[in-house]
Design a protein around this ligand. Structure first.
Ligand SMILES: *Cc1c(COP(=O)(O)O)cnc(C)c1O
Length: 354
């Protein structure tokens, strides 16, 4: 394969020295550069690395009006030899293309994305935090750029990858509300895609839950609000009586790469994993008979985040203290070690940027 030809235009004014790496707010600090490309006349072109900067469009710019906009989220870490390690990047780029297809947008060769990202990360390597929980969060996205009013697939698109140094996302376990009015996704919809509009639609129900004292939602199926789907931008796993249960990813549950990795690691370590539908009633019953051991979310931004308790229809249910959650802590440590190239159990997941 021919390597992507990328024009590189470096900043003359790095902002790196202004960053306090011990105190960064998630998603608010941007590294010096970004990788961009344009889609026009049926092909991707103008591959460029530029200083992080504003983009310029007129107000009829159609992703603002009609929502053809999809994104990805992934992380890079440094290993013990100071190499940059990307975790399953090709899985993210494949998912980006699945999102593009669903939103009727131009897809892009994953190799172009990987070449661009690798160059970008080499240039901004010093932005990767050296703190224990630190990582470089990577945000690839594609959006429509035709500039006229009219509902139709855009003929032009822009792809951008920028990065953010980050620390932990949640510091503590989160309390969640089982949502039984609103839905995140329905059969035949866009729930499996990382489509911008999905997140806009989740904000009001999440705000209502916050006002009721919860940190996040648990989405349930849109038909009966009976089965657990996911939580915020995390897939959900429940441990009942030593068994890890997680609903199958598919049409309405986003196929998280962390989810897939945690399932694989759990099986490697000899735990039982059941991928099946699980009802809220089953979880409540387990909570009441003392077999509900754990509930946690998985996602790139959050890694594994414990759920401290959940509420349904105004009734709250507590989970055991995080210190007792041996299985998920084991899975989390293993996953974090793999991502930092400290284990060789899954070399196929890692891309080392040289
Ligand atoms: C991104 C996302 C996830 C987690 O996916 P990862 O690949 O593990 O980061 C789960 N659910 C939703 C709705 C998401 O947007």
């Amino acid at each position: 394969m021919v390597k992507t030809k990328i024009t590189i235009n470096k900043t003359k004014a790095s902002r790196l020295n202004d960053v306090d790496f011990e105190n960064i707010q998630f998603g608010r600090v941007f590294s010096d550069h970004m990788f961009v490309a344009d889609y026009a006349n049926g092909e991707w072109q103008n591959f460029e690395i530029l200083p992080f900067q504003n983009l310029d469009y007129n107000p009829a710019f159609n992703s603002l009006h009609y929502g053809q906009s999809v994104f990805e989220g992934m992380k890079a870490h440094l290993d013990a030899d100071n190499n940059v390690v990307l975790f399953r990047p090709m899985d993210n780029f494949a998912r980006l293309n699945r999102s593009c297809e669903r939103l009727c947008m131009a897809t892009i060769d994953p190799q172009i994305m990987l070449d661009g990202l690798s160059e970008l990360i080499k240039i901004d390597k010093d932005w990767i935090p050296k703190t224990e929980d630190g990582a470089l969060y990577i945000r690839p996205f594609i959006f429509a750029t035709d500039q006229y009013i009219g509902v139709a697939p855009s003929e032009t698109y822009k792809m951008v990858i920028f990065t953010c140094p980050v620390n932990k996302y949640y510091d503590t376990a989160v309390k969640v509300k089982v949502e039984d009015v609103y839905s995140r996704a329905a059969s035949g919809g866009t729930g499996f895609a990382k489509a911008a509009g999905n997140y806009a639609a989740s904000l009001l129900p999440a705000k209502i839950a916050k006002e009721e004292g919860y940190d996040q939602l648990i989405w349930t199926d849109s038909i009966e609000h009976k089965y657990i789907e996911e939580s915020g931008t995390m897939n959900l796993m429940v441990i009942i009586d030593g068994k890890i249960i997680t609903p199958p990813a598919g049409e309405t549950i986003l196929g998280g790469i962390t989810r897939l990795s945690v399932i694989a690691i759990a099986k490697d370590l000899g735990y039982t994993v059941e991928e099946r539908q699980i009802s809220v009633d089953e979880v409540i019953e387990a909570q009441q008979n003392g077999t509900l051991e754990d509930m946690f979310g998985t996602g790139t931004a959050v890694t594994i985040t414990h759920i401290s308790g959940f509420g349904r229809k105004g009734v709250d249910y507590e989970l055991p203290p995080v210190s007792e959650r041996k299985i998920s802590s084991h899975l989390k440590n293993e996953l974090e070690a793999i991502k930092r190239n400290k284990k060789d159990s899954h070399p196929e997941w890692l891309v080392i940027v040289k």
